[in-house]
Design a protein around this ligand. Structure first.
Ligand SMILES: *Cc1c(COP(=O)(O)O)cnc(C)c1O
Length: 401
């Protein structure tokens, strides 16, 4: 999965260029920076790579979600539909802007089920956040179509499938806005970092203003004299992150290619396991192959298989049991334990709805399918020895189910 495996000379060279000027900030210091604008260049190269009009570097994927929801004017009292299977940051971001997340079910792609959108709809629903989990896309065309017919905004959380696509169009560019994460676990990394993308000039401007205290970034005046637009905050990406990001972006297609090769080999090893089915991919050509996901007929069989694989030195993840990626397991979220003692926004008196229940009974497909699905992380570099360990572990585990 992660770009940290291949940090090397290219990243060093980019970072050194920044250190030689001494200018670590993306804005200002025009004389000292000697024409070097790493974050700006990363935004330009990324938008070209994705085929999107605007990209904005920010401090993290979580920050990117908050900046995007703010740009989209998601307000206190609004509801936002989010799949039950996602990293907790997606839910936290909705709460950060004062809105209420509504939990939706998944489908065989393990991503947001397009038909669950209508089931979650209320007069307060403003937006939906499809999350492209574990390397592969949701049924994004159907989701965008459904959202459009219901008058909802779409924000794609593409923290986990950077470089992936559906029918030739890059994930993150289907909705009104999209976000990426470059944290240390992600397909490409800047240590911490994120990106907000959109084709809409109004949303792009609002995101840019909000992420830098409302600065209008007027190129004709110095930073101190720039105009003030809306109140914002500081989510600026710095030049060192921009530099590492540039080197990593240039490796992205190669990273995906290597992961695909490794994944294809392991997929072959698993093919003969009785009852095993692979995760449904909307478009196999656009898979980033950061994970290989497969399911067995029952939860019991899946757990037996998982333990047998682990004994053989091959670890897998069952996300139904994971503490950070499945809503029913977040006891602090379920208890409304936000960071303020008033439990806001769950207790917002201006909220006209009933706080949605996050009970397992609302997500039958996730409950069934995630419980019998195992995820094997795929690395960029997988030496022959590692492949043989996996092959032997699979052969042994097959005998135990
Ligand atoms: C990693 C991740 C985020 C948050 O990104 P950070 O850069 O770690 O803040 C958001 N959503 C999903 C689905 C993620 O996996």
């Amino acid at each position: 999965m992660p770009g940290y495996e291949v940090i090397g000379e290219e990243e060093k060279r980019e970072v050194l260029e920044v250190l030689e000027t001494g200018v670590l900030m993306r804005y200002g210091f025009d004389k000292e920076r000697k024409g070097i604008f790493k974050v700006r260049q990363l935004e330009e190269e990324f938008s070209r790579y994705l085929g999107v009009s605007y990209a904005l570097g920010v401090t993290s994927g979580s920050a990117a979600l908050k900046v995007a929801l703010t740009a989209m004017d998601i307000c206190p009292g609004d509801e936002v539909i989010v799949p039950a299977f996602t990293f907790i940051a997606t839910y936290e971001a909705v709460l950060e802007v004062g809105a209420i997340p509504v939990m939706a079910d998944i489908d065989e792609t393990l991503n947001l089920n397009p038909s669950s959108i209508k089931a979650c709809l209320t007069p307060r629903t403003k937006a939906v956040i499809p999350v492209h989990m574990c390397g592969a896309g949701a049924r994004i065309e159907e989701i965008v179509q459904e959202a459009k017919s219901l008058g909802l905004l779409v924000l794609e959380d593409n923290a986990q499938s950077c470089g992936g696509s559906v029918r030739g169009k890059k994930l993150g560019t289907f909705g009104h806005m999209g976000i990426f994460s470059f944290d240390y676990y992600k397909t490409i990394t800047t240590g911490e970092g994120g990106l907000v993308v959109t084709n809409d000039k109004v949303l792009a401007d609002r995101a840019e203003w909000y992420h830098d205290h409302g600065h209008d970034h007027d190129p004709r005046v110095s930073r101190a004299m720039e105009g003030r637009t809306i109140l914002g905050f500081n989510f600026r990406m710095n030049e060192l992150q921009g530099a590492v990001g540039l080197a990593q972006l240039r490796k992205l297609d190669w990273i995906i290619q290597e992961q695909r090769k490794n994944k294809a080999r392991i997929k072959e090893m698993l093919r003969s396991v009785p009852g095993l089915k692979f995760r449904e991919l909307v478009d196999p050509e656009g898979d980033t192959a950061t994970f290989l996901a497969f399911n067995l007929p029952t939860e019991e069989k899946a757990l037996t298989f998982q333990q047998a694989l682990a004994k053989g030195g091959c670890d897998t993840v069952c996300f139904k049991n994971n503490k950070w990626h499945y809503v029913p397991n977040w006891e602090h979220f379920l208890a409304w334990s936000t960071a303020n003692s008033q439990k806001w926004p769950f207790t917002n008196p201006g909220y006209r709805g009933v706080v949605p229940d996050y009970d397992r009974s609302r997500i039958p497909i996730a409950e069934d399918l995630l419980g019998r699905t195992l995820f094997m992380p795929i690395s960029i570099v997988m030496p022959e020895e590692r492949m043989q360990t996996i092959e032997q572990a699979i052969a042994q585990a097959k005998r135990e189910i």
